[in-house]
Ligand binder design. Structure first.
Ligand SMILES: [Fe+2]
Length: 229
């Protein structure tokens, strides 16, 4: 894995995102490529969600808390701690299989995604299909990742017009010492590896959701708290 320099740390601090190449050790990447090929293409183990319940549309093949991506949360934890200068704790992971026609609506993430990364495991794209972070395009080939502050920076992808397959992992963390974000440790689950339905997010995080059902940002949450005093 690439060494983190003072320049990287400074860039992450000021721009709130940074791209890295060679994120996983070669052997781990090789295992991950085979594993997700089996998962998504052979046994077809994934969920299909639609735009109404996901930011990716018009449909999306994904898997919450896949055991390998959950394990990689720990694998990349020391790296992300060093890059961010924060004592991070994992929240959850997501594995996605992107195909032609899909797009990612412009959004900021829910509070469990304070420190996020999107890591490309496999891609057979011929042309770049960047994730735009605050309108700046960042393309990721296999074993490249963008580390970014998901709750602060808008991000999106335009429609993929190429007949391609892309396996992308999304790994999320929060700062252990931040009293707003640290409530989201393990995404409210009893522990890493537990499935999505092991917790009722809306119930567990009722105070962090607005009247129209949207996740509150830290700013809005604190404003609401002050008003109720
Ligand atoms: Fe996101």
């Amino acid at each position: 894995m690439k060494k983190i320099t003072e320049k990287h740390i400074e860039q992450f601090k000021t721009k709130k995102y940074i791209k890295f190449e060679n994120v996983l050790d070669k052997k781990i990447l090789s295992v991950a490529k085979n594993y997700y090929d089996i998962k998504f293409n052979k046994i077809k183990e994934y969920h299909v969600t639609t735009l109404s319940d996901d930011v990716v549309g018009p449909y999306n093949n994904n898997f919450y808390a896949d055991p390998l991506s959950e394990s990689l949360l720990y694998e990349l934890l020391p790296f992300y701690k060093k890059l961010s200068g924060k004592d991070l704790i994992p929240t959850y992971s997501f594995a996605r299989l992107y195909k032609k026609g899909q797009f990612l609506n412009s959004h900021i993430d829910r509070p469990a995604c304070q420190f996020s990364l999107t890591l490309c495991i496999y891609s057979n794209l011929k042309n770049p299909w960047p994730i735009f972070i605050e309108d700046e395009g960042c393309s990721t080939s296999s074993n490249e990742a963008v580390f970014y502050k998901g709750c602060e920076l808008n991000h999106y992808r335009n429609t993929l017009n190429e007949d391609a397959s892309i396996v992308q992992l999304h790994l999320h963390y929060v700062d252990k010492n931040d009293d707003f974000y640290n409530k989201f440790v393990f995404d409210g689950r009893p522990g890493i590896g537990m499935p999505y339905n092991s917790v009722n997010l809306n119930e567990r995080y009722r105070d962090y959701i607005s009247e129209n059902g949207e996740w509150l940002t830290k700013e809005l949450y604190e404003k609401k708290k002050l008003q109720s005093l």
